[in-house]
Design a protein. Structure first.
Length: 179
């Protein structure tokens, strides 16, 4: 095969590659200003030290923050995004997984009711669900378990804590809620 032909064949692949890179970079550049997802909640409604709390049952460490509110309180999306999944799972109960800016996943768990569905676009005005005790929050005070997971690993965040390597994926939501 001549060099000329090979270049012609590679051109669409190169185009696809550049296209993908562009999408990834744009995703990274979209600003993220998080909104408190539980309507009316303040700093007083969560423990700022709950992230990576140990021991935490089957999860070993607590990879998010629990925001307490009365059952049925509206949960709004903390950021604009695309809903990837909604459904009922064992530990999380009624959950929603939303892809937001910077290739971060936003996870909402223990909801009483789900008010969105997969493949919906959400804004900070959209209601995701309501606060509840579904999944392994059964019998506890109603709260939203909220986690942020980066799809792009932040390897420099790994530390010597229990499961510290997982900190390249799980970000501390408290840092983003308090600003
Ligand atoms: Zn939790």
């Amino acid at each position: 095969m001549s060099t000329y032909n090979r270049n012609n064949m590679l051109r669409p692949i190169k185009k696809l590659y550049i296209g993908l890179l562009t999408v990834i970079v744009i995703g990274l550049l979209i600003p993220q200003h998080l909104k408190m997802p539980v309507k009316g909640a303040t700093k007083a409604d969560y423990n700022p030290k709950s992230f990576w709390y140990f021991p935490w049952g089957k999860s070993v460490t607590h990879k998010g923050v629990d925001i307490f509110a009365s059952k049925g309180t509206a949960i709004k999306a903390s950021t604009t995004g695309l809903v990837l999944y909604t459904g009922k799972i064992d530990r999380g109960g009624n959950v929603a997984l939303i892809l937001g800016p910077k290739w971060r996943l936003h996870y909402y768990a223990h909801m009483a009711e789900l008010k969105t569905s997969a493949l919906s676009f959400v804004t900070k005005e959209s209601t995701v669900g309501t606060v509840g005790t579904s999944g392994n929050a059964n019998g506890k005070s109603p709260h939203l378990h909220y986690s942020i997971v980066t799809l792009i690993p932040y390897v420099w965040r790994i530390d010597a804590d229990k499961q510290g390597w997982k900190k390249m994926f799980y970000l501390n939501p408290v840092k983003y809620l308090e600003h």
